[in-house]
Write a protein that binds this ligand. Structure first.
Ligand SMILES: NC(=O)C1=CN([C@@H]2O[C@H](COP(=O)(O)OP(=O)(O)OC[C@H]3O[C@@H](n4cnc5c(N)ncnc54)[C@H](OP(=O)(O)O)[C@@H]3O)[C@@H](O)[C@H]2O)C=CC1
Ligand SMILES: O=C(O)C(=O)CO
Length: 324
């Protein structure tokens, strides 16, 4: 009898990913194992591959105590929930799917931008009931919307997602400026649904210039030590700027953000990620000027399909030689 290698997809995986892995001769387990039970489960079931999104952490304890493990796979980009260097030192393969979700995250950025400039996060909560006479004042406030067209979008972090955001912004008639620690210039291919495209050359600018000139700022940097935007950075921005963070909680100082919103320095914020996940601080949750999503940047059917298939392809190719 052939013994199939086991893949534990602890944060779920698309049907296409399961199908591809099964076709490749793997058994796929989609049971959600509690974090503290993951190591035991891997050992009990002799799991060879653990696939995670952002919820399950794969730290030193699992890496040290699970000898059957050969691959740690992250369905997504940021690997801050995995001790990557340590795992690689111990001879494990660590893989991710860096390009599969860029367009989906970029689209969510615009969902937050459109929400912020037309106050949707607040009007969704405040539509009047029959006989409500107090709504007129609010309606007047909601009537002060802003168009994105013609405005300047500042992109901090000009990698894959930052560049996807840039091309969508150009399509909307926005001006785009960008800052990146390491990318000096980039040629972004803006493609249209009819197959036509144009290439647009970008030269990145110093971060202070982006803060100074942007009407809206969106962050696309990885998790890192220290805030990228804190009190000092808010002070450098235009009054009434809009901020979007679909990158990582912890790259914006949330206390400074609340202060900036309350003082009207910042007009609105759109947040997909939080310093405290999955349960953001109450001041963030209840703020009328913040549009909230629960870390769903990559959560589209299309992105998850690409992620599942790409993970399956990598697992199959890495373990092909070792299968029994
Ligand atoms: N909300 C969601 O669901 C999702 C969130 N993400 C987040 O988005 C992040 C970006 O993804 P992606 O665009 O694919 O990554 P990339 O690596 O392609 O781009 C990130 C860019 O930001 C640069 N950078 C790092 N730190 C700074 C800084 N302090 N200031 C300016 N630039 C900086 C990086 O430089 P260098 O590479 O040299 O460090 C790199 O060029 C991921 O790391 C992840 O955390 C990703 C997918 C989904
Ligand atoms: O891919 C990422 O980094 C995400 O945050 C989505 O899971």
């Amino acid at each position: 009898m052939t013994i199939k290698m086991k893949v534990l997809a602890n944060d779920g995986i698309s049907k296409s990913g399961i199908k591809a892995l099964e076709k490749g001769g793997f058994e796929v387990i989609t049971t959600k194992v509690a974090q503290e039970q993951v190591a035991n489960y891997i050992n009990e079931h002799k799991v060879s591959v653990i696939l995670v999104r952002s919820a399950t952490k794969v730290r030193k304890d699992i890496i040290d105590n699970c000898p059957s493990l050969k691959i740690i796979g992250r369905g997504g980009v940021g690997m801050d929930n995995i001790d990557v260097d340590y795992a690689r030192e111990k001879g494990l393969h660590v893989i991710n799917t860096p390009a599969s979700s860029s367009e989906s995250v970029a689209e969510l950025v615009f969902a937050h931008l459109f929400t912020g400039v037309r106050f949707l996060q607040d009007s969704n909560r405040n539509m009047p009931l029959e006989g409500d006479t107090n709504f007129d004042g609010l309606k007047k406030a909601y009537a002060n919307g802003i168009e994105l067209r013609g405005k300047t979008l500042g992109i901090i972090g000009f990698g894959r997602i930052g560049q996807s955001v840039a091309k969508m912004a150009l399509g909307l008639g926005m001006k785009v400026i960008a800052a990146d620690k390491f990318v000096d210039n980039a040629e972004v291919k803006v493609d249209f649904y009819n197959g036509q495209f144009i290439n647009v050359e970008f030269i990145t600018e110093p971060m202070e210039d982006v803060f100074k000139h942007a009407d809206f700022i969106t962050l696309h940097v990885p998790a890192q030590e220290g805030y990228v935007i804190g009190k000092d950075e808010f002070l450098q921005m235009k009054d009434g700027v809009g901020i979007v963070n679909c990158a990582r909680g912890g790259v914006i100082d949330e206390v400074a953000l609340i202060e900036a919103l309350d003082s009207e320095k910042v007009l609105f914020a759109g947040l997909d990620v939080f310093e405290n996940e999955p349960t953001p601080e109450i001041q963030i949750l209840m703020h009328p000027k913040i549009s909230l999503t629960p870390h769903i940047g990559a959560a589209t059917l299309e992105a998850q399909d690409r992620i599942g298939t790409e993970l399956a392809e990598q697992v199959i190719s890495l373990l092909k030689a070792e299968k029994v």
